[in-house]
Design a binder for this molecule. Sequence first.
Ligand SMILES: NC(=O)c1ccc[n+]([C@@H]2O[C@H](COP(=O)([O-])OP(=O)(O)OC[C@H]3O[C@@H](n4cnc5c(N)ncnc54)[C@H](O)[C@@H]3O)[C@@H](O)[C@H]2O)c1
Length: 380
Amino acid sequence: MKILVTGGAGFIGSWLVESLLAQGHSVIVVDSLTPQIHGALPQPELKWLGNASVEFIRGDVRDRTLMDSVLGRVEAVVHLAAETGTGQSMYQIARYYDVNLQATAQMLEAIGTRHRQIQRIILASSRSIYGEGAYKLGERIVVAQPRDTARMKAGRFEPLGPGGETLECVPTPEDVTPLPASVYAATKLANETLGRIFAESYGTSVLALRFQNVYGERQSLRNPYTGILSIFSNRLRQNLPINIFEDGLESRDFVHVSDVVRAVTLALSSSLEGFHAINVGAGVPTSVMEVARILRSILGSSSALEVTGDYRAGDIRHCYADLRRARNLLGFEPRVSIEDGLKRFCRWVETQPVLADRSREAMGELARLGLGSAASGAGT
Ligand SMILES: NC(=O)c1ccc[n+]([C@@H]2O[C@H](COP(=O)([O-])OP(=O)(O)OC[C@H]3O[C@@H](n4cnc5c(N)ncnc54)[C@H](O)[C@@H]3O)[C@@H](O)[C@H]2O)c1
C-alpha cells in the first residue's frame, strides 16, 4: 500500500515508518518538526531518510493545499500528528483545537469530497479520553468522577464512587462512557466522534487506536510537557532528586513503542469495516514510584525519590487497558514487559546528551494559572 503517515518524524511515527517499509509498503510522511519536540534545529533520528520508498515532506497538517496534494496519492492514512501535552493543553486551548481537531476535520473533508480512493484511516487516539480509568463498584463497572482539587490539595488522591465509596481499579474496556479531563483528551475524543460519523457516512474504515502511555527509544527527551520517563531519566542521569507527584501510587499502563507499532500495522492490514475504537496497551498497571525505582536501578543513579504531593489538573489516578477487543479484532498481544522495555529505553537514553531540565518551568506555568500545585517536577 501507499500510506500517508502524519507526524511520521515523531516518536511513534519514526518507528512505524520503519516497520511499514520493512513490510514493503511505500510511505509519505508529513511532519512539521515542531521545535517543542525536535528542537530549534531539528535533527530527528530517522533511519529511513533517503530510502527510495519514503517521501518526507516538512509541512503542517493544517495546510489544506499540501494535504490535498498528498491525500490524492495514497490509499491509507495513519494520522499521528498532534500536540501532545496534557498540562499545556489546559492553557493553549485554541492551539490544541487547531492542530488536533481542525486539521483532522479538514483532512476528513478532503478525503470524503475528493479522495475517495482512501479506504482506511487510523486515528491516534488516547486512553486520556476515558478520564479516570474504570473501577468496580459492587458488581458494576463505573468510570470515576474527575478528582476534586480540594481533596488533592489535602493529599487524598484516590477517586471515589458517586456516594463517596472506595473503588477497586479494573482494566478499562472501550465501551465505558468517556469523560475527558483535559483539553488534549477532549480533542482526541472529538476526533473519534468525527471518525465514527465519517465512517458511517462515507463507508471508509476508520480505526481509532486508544494508546496508553507509550514509551521507548527515540521518545522526545526535550518536551517538558509529556513523558515522565524522559523527565525522570534525564534527572536520574544527573543524580538530581525526582519529584514523584501525588503519593507515587498513581499508575499507568506503560506500553513499549514496538508493541504500539505492531498494533498499528495489524490495524492497517485488518479487514475491519466501519468505525472501531480499540485499546492498545500492555494491559497491566505500574505505579509511578515503581517506574522511578526501576529506572533508578537500571541507570545506577543515586537520585532521591521525593514524594511531594504535587499534582496537575487533568492528570488521572489510574487507567490500564482491557485488551479483549484488541485481541479479538486485531489479534494483538503485547510482547514487551516493563522491565525489558525500560532496559531498552535506558540503553538508548545513555547514548543521548543530558538536557537542561525544563519541567520546573512547565509546572510553573500551570501553577500560575491555578491548574496545579506550585512546586516543581515531572508529571504523567
Ligand atoms: N506517546 C504516547 O504516550 C501517546 C499516548 C496516546 C496517544 N498518543 C498519540 O499518538 C500520536 C503520536 O504521538 P508521539 O508520542 O509519537 O508524539 P510526538 O510528539 O513524538 O510526534 C508527533 C509528531 O507530530 C508532529 N507535528 C505536530 N504538530 C504538527 C502539525 N501541525 N503538522 C505536522 N506535524 C506536526 C511533530 O513534529 C512530531 O514529530 C499523537 O497523536 C499522540 O496524541 C501518544
